[in-house]
Design a protein around this ligand. Structure first.
Ligand code: FMN
Length: 333
């Protein structure tokens, strides 16, 4: 048996499970492991310091898998923006066929991707942005609820409402993101109107993810309350692990501080030290509330096959068994 959805059909993958872009985490080994397990993995373009290094990372991924995989292009406003056009050119030149866009309007990038037969899965955090992206002609939507690691947006709408609200208006394939980690989540997402799920935190905590073992063990040990929302007052909210640094950032901003006052605390190099050296308090690092549902560090193959198998069992077993012939109603004769 297998789960076939609009998402698996349009994006040409076996299972309705994606591994979204993750800064410092979305590298060749993880992406190839997800692809080999029948999911859709995305290399994170901006983790590579130069477009040439992105080309090398794509080549490395191809050595590890012959299954489809994609590249995430996160477009964020920045004082010194990375050379997005050059990264985009590498994606095209390397023959990538699926791109995950995130961070802002994908419009400037769509013509070139579509001219080269590249399908675009746009990740966003609100119904209105999903509807807008659909009208621009993207091929799929990944809708990220308030539970998610990274940037949940400013609307604070969790998946239980966001997903069906989006499903009412999204006709192209749509996957649900934020807070997914197991078969129950996948079945719930399908029931809410999505065609699959996207996971970040759950894939961080796998054998093939390149981050330090201490971080994986902290995710296993952590619970659903183990995150902080930073940058709320700056209207650029990010969900990160609760640690001495993120709690200090929250306090400084709550007391009227500005970005300048926390700039050094939130520096990318510090966050990277967490993943490289396993020092959990070295800086801020993204993680989602789904941490509370993660109890192990499986391979991607074990994880994806377990989610799909248990989802099939749940649909045909426990849920299927609830649908019974109605017995004679009280009072009827
Ligand atoms: C460590 C980490 C880094 C992330 N970096 C990015 C990124 O660079 N670009 C992006 O679009 N999403 C990024 N995300 C968000 C994920 O792609 C995904 O949308 C999110 O993790 C889903 O929520 P979940 O963690 O509850 O599964 C990141 C997530 C994590 C955990």
């Amino acid at each position: 048996m297998t789960l076939t959805t609009k998402f698996t059909e349009v994006f040409g993958v076996e299972h309705p499970i994606a591994q979204g872009g993750m800064q410092w985490v979305g590298r060749a080994e993880l992406v190839a492991a997800v692809a080999n397990a029948g999911g859709l993995g995305f290399i994170t373009a901006l983790t590579q310091p130069t477009p040439a290094e992105l080309a090398r990372e794509i080549g490395k991924t191809r050595e590890l898998t012959d299954k489809p995989f994609g590249v995430n292009l996160t477009i964020l406003p920045s004082i010194n923006p990375p050379p997005y056009d050059e990264y985009r050119q590498v994606i095209v030149d390397e023959g990538i066929k699926i791109v995950e866009t995130a961070g802002s309007n994908p419009a400037p990038h769509l013509p070139m991707f579509h001219d080269h037969g590249i399908k675009v899965l746009h990740k966003c955090t609100s119904v209105r942005h999903g509807v807008k992206a659909q009208s621009l002609g993207v091929d799929g939507i990944s809708i990220d609820g308030f539970e998610c690691a990274g940037h949940p947006g400013e609307d604070d709408v969790p998946g239980l409402v966001l997903i069906p609200a989006a499903a009412k208006q999204i006709e192209i394939p749509m996957i649900a993101s934020g807070g997914f980690g197991d078969a129950r989540g996948l079945v719930a997402a399908l029931a809410l109107g999505a065609d699959g799920i996207n996971m970040g935190t759950r894939f961080m905590c796998t054998v093939e993810s390149c981050i330090h073992q201490n971080v994986k063990e902290a995710i296993v040990a952590g619970d659903e309350r183990g995150t902080e929302l930073i940058f709320r007052t700056l209207h650029n909210t990010a969900r990160v692990a609760s640690n001495v640094v993120s709690r200090e950032v929250v306090e400084i901003l709550k007391d009227g501080g500005q970005f300048e006052d926390v700039k050094d605390l939130v520096a990318g190099v510090r966050g990277r030290k967490v993943f490289d050296d396993g020092d959990l308090d070295a800086g801020i690092w993204s993680v989602g509330t789904v941490m509370g549902l993660i109890d192990d560090i499986p391979t991607c193959e074990e994880l994806i096959s377990r989610i799909v198998r248990e989802a099939e069992d749940l649909i045909t077993g426990r849920l299927g068994a609830m649908v019974t012939e109605s017995t004679s109603a009280v009072g009827s004769s």
